[in-house]
Design a protein around this ligand. Structure first.
Ligand code: FAD
Ligand code: NAP
Ligand code: MG
Length: 453
């Protein structure tokens, strides 16, 4: 019998997790389907790759000097610890470059890219035939030809997994007078270097982790003042330094092109505005009937077990949730999706799937009311790992959840110093060393610098 073919779109952390899940089944002697992972970038690692310029097509959303905002121990690979990768324990809050190296390290160890990934190949469209039950994936391969041309080709697959992330298409709301703003106006997606804001008055719109982290960065790099304007809730930070203030939402920008008026009647003259207004789930290559439609939430509706598209339960989406757990959750999802594809797990009826999702949907509501999405996501990860041989264990989930509550406490102690606290690895048991240089004094985000200073 011919091997089934599985198309995976995206070789970021979630796509790589699926490749590793299949490869681990193979290690244990199982026959796995043929996997083809299409990745439009030259390298794997998704958003953790840094685009120097925003001039290039579809640059990434991470900016210079980005450090992780939760301890690395929460999202450590069980089958590839940080200590294994770096040869020694390292600090708990490394910069982006260190995380990218680690993600690639696991991919290299298990030869995921060389075996399964077609790099520099962008998926342009997907169609599904009800009669043959096959997907046709049409891609442009830029690897062998010059970038503008590429080679267009199509292949057929039995299964489709979308792992393209959801923090790449900016959500750009409008505000009265914003277009006539005379200072610099950009979305966080286009921010490269906060050092540009040294000595400037900066306005951040939004109160998610982008707003919080960019406020910290602006402070670190010497902005004169930072004003955060929020729609629903302020960031929740209780200890901003003097120069950071939070105010209700921007109402309009004065025709003078400088003065911003807020809903509480206050105003502020600013030099720069950064829209920290989040991102859109965007799947332009998918046919409408197979497209996931959701906002950035902890329980996107329409996905059974958070991954199976209820509208067409032959399509899988990975990593579409708002994330406290990232790599750990992607592994839990990947092992589950693998087992559904391999027929080791069967799906219930559509009605049962929907009822199950509704239950999680109402639990999401309760979690939001209690302002505790971490426990919700921990419970979700536990449900998935209970169904497969994913190496993440419930004890580890409990330990990392405890790290989450310590993390909250550290942030209350000091928003500019929380990244200096070390955590103990739930994988190796080693306590991270205290990093020599406090975060506020780290001005070199390279891997070499982090591993030596
Ligand atoms: P992505 O990383 O977005 O990878 C998706 C991949 O799909 C990319 O490689 C992309 O090139 C590819 N792709 C997309 N469309 C196509 C196509 N049509 N054809 C072929 N390939 C395609 N998480 C943390 O755990 N800790 C953090 O500190 C943290 N910081 C973050 C900071 C920022 C500014 C942002 C935006 C996110 C941050 N995240 C963080 C979350 C981050 O999104 C996840 O860690 C992780 O990168 C998600 O992995 P993914 O594979 O699902 O998506
Ligand atoms: P997000 O969590 O979706 O937050 C979006 C914010 O924009 C919310 O505060 C939302 O307000 C607001 N918003 C949306 N539409 C708006 C509108 N029309 N008017 C006013 N406000 C509006 O997105 P994010 O903050 O960009 O975070 C994305 C991901 O990146 C997260 O996973 C985060 O952890 C990660 N990240 C990490 C770091 C790091 O330090 N490592 C840095 C940046 C980002 P409401 O609450 O009212 O909806
Ligand atoms: Mg298990």
């Amino acid at each position: 019998m011919e091997k089934k073919r599985v198309a995976v779109i995206g070789a970021g952390p979630s796509g790589l997790a699926l490749l590793r899940a299949f490869q681990s089944a193979e290690e244990k002697g199982a026959e796995i389907p043929e996997l083809v992972c299409f990745e439009k970038q030259l390298e794997c690692g998704g958003l953790w790759n840094f685009s120097e310029s925003t001039g290039v097509e579809e640059h990434g959303s991470m900016y210079k000097d980005l450090y992780i905002n939760g301890p690395k121990e929460v999202n450590e690979y069980v089958d590839y610890s940080f200590e294994e990768h770096f040869g020694k324990p390292i600090g708990s809050y490394p910069p982006r470059s260190v995380l990218l190296d680690y993600i690639k390290g696991r991919a290299n160890k298990f030869k995921l890219c060389e075996r399964f990934v077609r790099h520099h190949t962008k998926v342009k469209s997907v169609t599904y035939s009800e009669s043959t039950r096959k997907f046709t994936v049409t891609v442009r391969d830029y690897s062998a030809f010059d970038y503008t041309e590429g080679r267009l080709y199509s292949e057929e697959f039995d299964h489709l997994v979308v792992a393209t992330g959801h923090f790449s298409t900016p959500n750009v709301p409008e505000f009265q007078g914003l277009n006539s703003f005379k200072g610099s106006l950009l979305h966080a997606h286009d921010l490269r270097d906060v050092a540009d804001f040294k000595g400037k008055d900066v306005l951040l719109i939004g109160s998610g982790y982008s707003a919080e982290d960019i406020a910290c960065q602006c402070y670190k790099f010497g902005a004169k003042s930072i004003t955060i304007t929020y729609r629903s809730f302020p960031t929740g930070c209780s200890n901003w330094p003097e120069s950071i203030k939070e105010v209700p939402l921007l109402e309009r920008v004065d025709p003078n092109g400088r003065t911003c008026h807020f809903k509480d009647g206050s105003s502020k003259d600013v030099d720069a505005i950064v829209l920290c207004t989040g991102y859109l789930h965007d799947f332009p290559f998918m046919p409408e009937s197979l497209r996931l439609v959701t906002g950035n939430r902890i329980w996107p509706m329409g996905l059974y077990e958070g991954v199976v598209l209820e509208a067409e339960p032959i399509v899988f989406y990975l990593g579409m949730q708002a994330q406290f757990y990232s790599f750990t959750m992607f592994d839990a999802q990947a092992w589950y999706v693998r087992d559904v594809i391999m027929g080791r797990l069967s799906l219930p009826s559509i009605e049962e799937m929907k009822a199950h999702s509704e239950k999680w949907g109402s639990a999401e509501g309760e979690a939001l009311a209690k302002r505790d999405v971490k426990t919700f996501q921990a419970n979700y990860v536990k449900e998935l790992i209970g169904l497969t041989d994913c190496p993440v264990t419930p004890q580890m989930v409990d330990e990392t959840l405890q790290m989450g509550s310590d993390w909250d406490k550290h942030k209350e102690l000091g928003i500019m110093s929380y990244r200096d606290h070390p955590f103990r690895s739930a994988v190796t048991g080693s306590l991270a060393p205290e990093h020599q240089t406090p975060w506020i004094q780290q001005f070199d985000d390279s891997l070499e610098s982090y591993l030596t200073h």
